[in-house]
Write a protein that binds this ligand. Structure first.
Ligand code: ADP
Length: 211
């Protein structure tokens, strides 16, 4: 059976004023694959994933997710993908479980709150205010929230930056479990070891190009 392509990026270009963040990149991601984007800060990784997520618009080129051109139907794609942002702005004065319930309420379909708490390993902290969590706990919650709508694809932007080695390995297991259920992962990282452990294929990005 031919592999099913779930993300198709073609000749993508994005500039911010004079800064050419993404300078014409193309790649495909197959269903059930963990695809990594590796590269230094400023390479254009976040810009690329934010276009795929429908958060930013490309200047030219296209991103097709689950067969849908993201610039034509962002809404449908957003229902079916899970997104973790690099610097999440979550509500400081809400409890962990309240934040999860808020995110669940944004989607037509969602998984139980307890499942997200388990993914984030925050069983003891469900009633804690977000601002009172440690940096690592906040990071784990922001990644776990990517799973809230039971997505077919998750897009994770530096999911383990700032985590201690034990929490990093736990996060890798979460990602591997997701993948082993036949789902697809796009992640950015600047850890070689993480790319090596998790990814079937990687694109190395620098200065807005895949090198
Ligand atoms: P990476 O995720 O690889 O660190 P980014 O996509 O965040 O790369 O950034 C690529 C380039 O675009 C960098 O030079 C960065 O400073 C610039 N950039 C990113 N976002 C913006 C923005 N909103 N406005 C202006 N420049 C930006």
């Amino acid at each position: 059976m031919p592999e099913e392509i779930v993300v198709e990026v073609k000749d993508l270009v994005k500039a911010y004023g004079d800064v050419k963040a993404v300078r014409g990149i193309s790649f495909n991601i197959a269903k059930g694959e963990v695809f990594g984007m590796l590269g230094p800060n400023g390479a254009g990784k976040s810009t690329t994933v934010e276009i795929i997520e429908g958060l930013r618009r490309a200047d030219s080129g296209s991103a097709t997710v689950l067969g849908i051109n993201i610039s034509k139907d962002t809404r449908t794609v957003k229902e079916r993908i899970g997104v973790q942002s690099q610097s999440p702005a979550l509500f400081p004065d809400l409890q962990v479980k309240e934040i999860i319930n808020f995110f669940r309420s944004l989607y037509k379909k969602s998984v139980p709150t307890s499942q997200i708490i388990d993914l984030a390993s925050l069983q003891e902290s469900r009633d804690i205010l977000f601002r009172n969590l440690s940096g690592g706990q906040q990071q784990r919650l922001s990644v776990a929230l990517a799973f809230v709508n039971d997505p077919e694809i998750i897009v994770l932007d530096e999911p383990t930056t700032g985590l201690d080695p034990q929490a990093r390995r736990a996060m890798w297991e979460v990602i591997e479990t997701f993948r082993s259920s036949g789902k697809t992962v796009l992640l950015t990282t600047h850890y070689m070891e993480e790319a090596q452990r998790l990814c079937a294929r990687i694109a190395i990005m620098d200065y807005g190009k895949i090198i």
